[in-house]
Design a binder for this molecule. Structure first.
Ligand SMILES: NC(=O)c1ccc[n+]([C@@H]2O[C@H](COP(=O)([O-])OP(=O)(O)OC[C@H]3O[C@@H](n4cnc5c(N)ncnc54)[C@H](OP(=O)(O)O)[C@@H]3O)[C@@H](O)[C@H]2O)c1
Length: 248
């Protein structure tokens, strides 16, 4: 599969990992649709990518919690390309204080987190599915987290064991479920749906204390966005493991 002439839509891409995923795909020749809640911030991010040598970028307004903006983003992208090859559901939020125990979490924190991290990605996949089915090699990458690995949450040996963010973690477990279910819907086709964990990396969300750079964090998502036709589907990979498999 050659990367030229392929298109990619990355949500929440005006900063952090989303911006870096756009950069890495852009330098491979992808036509980039850079998702942003605030179009002004999206245009600033677009200028940064252009300065870094990405030739073809369009900023697309999208708030993952707003059905109207999802519909308008689909219309704008559908007017620009015959098919969408790659969708990276990257936009995400961490609402609660670190260390909040599940019994102390408010229902609002849980709902707000699920609106952005689960219902948004679900609606985006659902709405963009027909445009992606027109691609000869569609790839969906859902950005999850090591903290969404059920196998790690209760594993005392895991780095994840010492952290607590129950709304965030539940939403990332849930998006992993979407990955397996959508992958199953298109199994035995060339449409691949996988989850990527960036690991803990240095962004506004990850803070400067994180061990991984944004480039390292973004690399697993980019690997999955550019999978060859014999690549995996319905699986979970992490930058913590240098892009190798992560237990669900
Ligand atoms: N950094 C880490 O260590 C780490 C680890 C594991 C997983 N992740 C995941 O990686 C993804 C990117 O995280 P990051 O570290 O790059 O975070 P970040 O620096 O906080 O950036 C988050 C991005 O998501 C956007 N966003 C938030 N809510 C949105 C919504 N409702 N609709 C559309 N866009 C929205 C933000 O837009 P605004 O600029 O408008 O706020 C921003 O562009 C997230 O899904 C996160 O959970 C990060």
């Amino acid at each position: 599969m050659t990367d030229g002439n392929r298109s990619a839509f990355v949500t929440g891409a005006n900063r952090g990992l989303g911006l870096e995923i756009c950069r890495q795909l852009g330098v491979k020749g992808y036509k980039i649709f850079l998702g942003c809640r605030d179009i002004r911030k999206g245009q600033e991010a677009l200028s940064k990518l252009t300065a870094l040598g990405v030739a073809d970028v369009t900023a697309i307004q999208l708030d993952a919690t707003d059905s109207g903006s999802i519909a308008m983003a689909l219309e704008a992208i559908g007017d620009a390309v015959k098919c969408l090859d790659v969708l990276v559901n990257n936009a995400g939020t961490f609402e609660e204080e670190w260390g909040t125990m599940p019994s102390a979490l408010t229902v609002k924190e849980m709902r707000d987190t699920f609106d952005a991290n689960f219902f948004g990605p679900f609606e985006i996949i659902r709405e963009f599915f027909p445009l992606m089915l027109k691609s000869p090699a569609p790839r969906i990458v859902n950005i999850s987290s090591d903290m969404g690995s059920l196998g790690n949450i209760n594993n005392r040996e895991s780095i994840v064991y010492g952290v607590m963010g129950p709304a965030y973690q539940s939403s990332k477990v849930a998006i992993n479920a979407l990955t397996t279910l959508f992958a199953k819907e298109v199994i035995d086709t060339n449409f691949k749906v996988n989850s990527a964990s960036p690991g803990w990396c240095r962004t506004d969300m990850g803070t400067d204390d994180a061990p991984l750079s944004v480039a390292e964090g973004a690399s697993t998502a980019v690997m999955l966005a550019t999978l060859p036709d014999d690549g995996p589907t319905g699986e979970f990979f992490s930058s913590t493991r240098n892009g190798e498999g992560m237990e669900w």
